[in-house]
Design a protein. Structure first.
Length: 291
């Protein structure tokens, strides 16, 4: 495929809409992904995350405009996958192969695969290259898949719930290895997850889906200025509610209200101001979209 132009967005999606049997699975989704970005694709099950990913991978047709490296995923999928890889929760590796056979196979089909680099990654794990893939634990399979992808030196990696069902140690190792690889070159990531707290510290941007629609789309740096937590007691709760919070929670007589786009100086007159977590904002936008 040749060298990728890293000055242009790797992915450009405009007004992506997808119907399933007269039901809108995606509605008017627009975003771009450039080198250095890590987009968190967030939403509950059925929100449209997997549909959007399958569309990006060229597995679904859609209305709207979609280009990856300047090409159509439907028409040029074979060229796009030279520089784009995908890791999901579902096992996609050939179970009957040994790890060594998998490396030999990948050397034959992927021009940019570096077997030596993969061996370096595997040396940091407990994976034996003579083991059959079907004998590996789930955590080892995820590590193997990540090592395979990192050794092909792609520009874009899409991850769909990659650590689902893994214990804390494997999850921590996975993300640490991933981000070290990410920092090495002109790369971009899309991480789909409903475990918001687990990936929040990795992200540069967030795209939250609800019923196929984008209910929040922003850089993480802009969220700090946009969203505010106000903590008040009984004395000020009525006045605080009149300022239109997104959500109100009460614990032990203390009220916690989440505001979007509010005047912070006005809020500060009523109580204590703090910064919400990404999980706070995610849950609030999910609830708001139902109302």
């Amino acid at each position: 495929m040749g060298n990728i132009n890293c000055d242009e967005p790797f992915i450009n999606a405009q007004h992506i809409t997808k119907f399933y049997r007269n039901k809108k699975a995606l509605e008017n989704i627009s975003f771009s992904l450039s080198s250095g970005q890590v987009i968190g694709l967030l939403g509950h099950n059925g929100a449209g995350k997997s549909t959007l990913i399958k569309t990006l991978l060229g597995m679904h047709s859609c209305a709207g405009e979609l280009s990856i490296f300047g090409l159509s995923p439907e028409k040029h999928r074979d060229k796009i996958v030279e520089n784009l890889a995908y890791i999901s929760d579902a096992a996609m590796l050939p179970e009957w192969m040994t790890v060594k056979q998998l490396m030999a196979y990948t050397t034959g089909v992927h021009l940019s695969f570096e077997q030596q680099k993969m061996q370096q990654y595997l040396a940091q794990t407990n994976i034996n290259i003579h083991s059959k893939i079907k004998t590996l634990s789930k955590g080892m399979k995820v590590q193997l898949h990540l090592a395979l992808v990192m050794a092909t030196n792609v520009n874009v990696l899409i991850l769909d719930e990659p650590t689902l069902g893994l214990d804390l140690m494997y999850r921590s190792t996975f993300y640490r290895t991933l981000m070290a690889w990410f920092a090495e070159g002109e790369r971009a990531l899309i991480i789909a997850s409903h475990e918001v707290n687990e990936i929040a510290h990795l992200l540069t941007d967030v795209l939250v889906l609800k019923n196929g629609q984008a209910v929040l789309q922003a850089s993480l740096s802009s969220l700090e200025a946009e969203f505010t937590i106000l903590s008040v007691n009984d004395e000020h709760i009525v006045a605080a509610k009149q300022l239109n919070p997104l959500t109100v929670n009460c614990q032990l007589g203390q009220y916690r209200l989440l505001f979007e786009g509010a005047d912070v100086s006005q809020l500060a007159l009523l109580g204590d101001i703090s910064q919400p977590s990404l999980a706070d904002i995610f849950l609030a936008k999910q609830q708001e979209s139902i109302l």
